[in-house]
Design a protein around this ligand. Structure first.
Ligand code: OXD
Ligand code: MN
Length: 597
């Protein structure tokens, strides 16, 4: 195959990696449908893919050791340890490169090396960034086709000397002569997996995992960890946020970005169907937002991705109609269960398993007979965003959409009310910095059920010192002429007697309506010790929520907050040492005084 670019630096890098990893052959990806079909054919032949009855849909089962992001094998290898900060794993970059070069040596033997030029963001947008992923996984190539914009058109924009972020990936399973994968998902053992970032060089090296965020390097690695470093240096924001538009019955539209820790329902919120008549929500993105100041001083956001990599379990026509419609065709399913008539099934899909299934491990599974879930809790679908019935017509607008409100949230069974609003930008940064959530299944190596602080929902995704990141947010608020979004703290997950009080899903539109009104200056609110809150009549009570419960989730739990403050003071803020911006310790003091006063 001839090299489809004259970009010297890119060609030299591809040559260098070819010599190191020693693949059987090298292929440059053009992004065509024929290429996608070829990848699928390779994986069907290798018995890694199972065709489904949904048109152009396939099921994959990964290795049981390779089912989620591996946070304790994820590294920020900055030159100085302090630049990675207290929340990241750090290894000296020279040492890490030495170890990984040893692993990469010959790691693609017997495999094809694919070179995938991709754009995060609409091709040619001045907010977009170009990456090139080298991988030995056809699964990665096909998923990158859905999740990003790939191929020749990206090389055209890159030209002979454009900037790109090199992203090196290998599953870490070379093949001996004559050996085939033969139905076995290729990956390396856990202690050989490395998801490494070199922030000063803007480079990503991933080894040993073929799953999701570990392997689709445009997503968490580039669009969050590396982009957050670029954003700090260039004065913008790369955030773990969905983007939606909300339109009132009079046709007025506002844009909301919202950060929630992994598996807290960002995809559901991004696509919700309002239960309140006359209101409309449309989706711009479900996971990542890049926000830059426009000429008018407003923050404009793009969704750098082109698809959804959503958690399947719990997704049903009731919980997320638009996601279910998005995955009717041209989608990839990983670690869900298979029905006898070759459809997918998972826990929470909205109907009983139709007969016997094959579970995510490839074993027979029957309702009531097996105590293990049929789909892995972190089973995923990959689908093109363009297939979402609720996708906003402007979702690919290269200039982005102007953000009116930012929401922070997490799974908090107590203390945090349904919604409150920050008094000003710094108070909003304080709210972002204290986000916490009950742990879910999106990361392999964490204890499900406990609460961990996840500032800005960026704990696993911030590519530099989190204390400096807080400061960067404070600095954004100081920009001259900035017309900043309003900031809110939401919590759909309050519990009473072990049950959720708030119905969530489409009913969250009631809260979005108040957010809209607050951003519009027309909301009804009261000033409280923790911030601005809706008056009792400002949010309509959904069916099934009693007046007493509604009051409960819309009031200030003084004791709970004082405990929260104590925990922040003792266990959270001290981690950041002298990097903690003074504005945040001041905000904590002010909150305590207001509660006590
Ligand atoms: C994701 C995650 O996959 O946050 O989006 O883990
Ligand atoms: Mn995410």
């Amino acid at each position: 195959m001839t090299t489809p670019t004259k970009h010297k630096k890119l060609i030299a890098w591809v040559d260098e990696i070819t010599q190191l990893t020693k693949p059987e052959k090298v292929e440059w990806c053009d992004g065509s449908q024929a290429e996608y079909d070829k990848m699928i054919k390779i994986m069907l032949d290798e018995k890694l893919a199972t065709p489904l009855k949904r048109p152009n849909c396939y099921l994959f089962r990964s290795d049981p050791s390779d089912v989620a992001r591996v946070e304790n094998r994820t590294y920020i290898a900055s030159k100085n340890k302090e630049d990675a900060g207290p929340t990241n794993n750090w290894i000296d970059p020279n040492e890490l490169k030495k170890t990984m070069t040893g692993l990469y040596d010959g790691c693609m033997e017997g495999r094809t090396m694919y070179v995938i030029p991709f754009s995060m963001g609409p091709i040619g947008s001045n907010i977009a960034k170009i990456g090139v992923e080298i991988t030995d996984s056809p699964y990665v190539v096909s998923n990158m086709h859905l999740m990003t914009r790939v191929g020749t058109k990206v090389l055209e924009v890159l030209g002979d000397s454009g900037e790109f972020i090199p992203c090196l990936h290998s599953v870490g399973k070379p093949l001996q002569a004559g050996e085939k994968d033969n139905g076995k998902w290729p990956c390396a053992p856990l202690d050989k997996k490395y998801i490494s970032h070199f922030p000063e060089e803007r480079t990503i090296w991933s080894y040993g995992s073929g799953y999701g965020g570990n392997a689709l390097l445009g997503k968490k690695c580039l669009a969050l960890r590396i982009a957050s470093v670029a954003a700090r240096d260039e004065g913008w924001l790369a955030e773990h946020m969905l983007i939606l538009s909300i339109t009132n019955p009079q046709g007025k539209k506002k844009y909301v970005a919202a950060a929630f820790p992994s598996a807290c329902g960002k995809t559901n919120l991004a696509m919700l169907i309002p239960t309140i008549p006359g209101w409309k929500v449309e989706t711009v993105g479900d996971d990542i937002a890049w926000m830059k100041f426009g000429q008018d001083g407003r923050l404009y956001a793009i969704n750098p991705e082109a698809g959804f990599f959503g958690v399947a379990p719990g997704t049903s026509l009731d919980s997320n109609y638009n996601a279910m419609k998005s995955i009717e065709k041209n989608s990839i399913f990983t670690n869900v269960a298979l029905t006898e008539d070759k459809d997918v099934w998972w826990e929470g899909i909205g109907y009983k398993a139709p007969g016997k299934l094959i579970d995510w491990l490839g074993n027979e599974w029957e309702e009531g007979k097996s105590d293990k879930p049929a789909a892995h809790p972190n089973a995923r679908f990959t689908a093109p965003a363009s297939q979402c019935p609720a996708v906003a017509p402007e979702w690919e607008d290269p200039k982005g959409v102007p953000i009116d409100a930012i929401l922070f949230g997490g799974r908090r069974p107590s203390t945090i009310p349904l919604v409150h609003q920050a008094r000003d930008w710094n108070h909003g940064v304080f709210i972002g910095s204290i986000v916490g959530s009950e742990i879910t299944a999106a990361a392999l190596d964490l204890q499900a059920g406990t609460i961990r602080r996840d500032p800005f929902a960026m704990l696993p995704f911030c590519g530099y010192n989190m204390g400096d990141y807080f400061q960067h947010w404070i600095n954004i608020g100081k920009k001259e002429g900035a017309k900043l979004p309003k900031i809110f703290f939401v919590n759909w997950f309050r519990k009473k007697d072990g049950k959720f009080i708030w119905p969530g899903y489409g009913e969250n539109s009631r809260v979005l309506k108040w957010v809209f009104e607050q951003a519009d200056g027309t909301g009804k609110f009261q000033d409280t010790a923790i911030g601005l809150m809706p008056t009792v009549d400002a949010i309509d009570r959904p069916e099934g929520v009693s007046e007493a419960d509604m009051k409960d989730i819309l009031s200030v739990d003084k004791e709970g907050w004082l405990k929260e403050i104590d925990d922040i003071r003792k266990n959270h803020y001290p981690k950041f040492g002298n990097k903690l911006p003074k504005e945040l310790s001041v905000a904590l003091d002010v909150l305590e005084n207001r509660l006590k006063g």
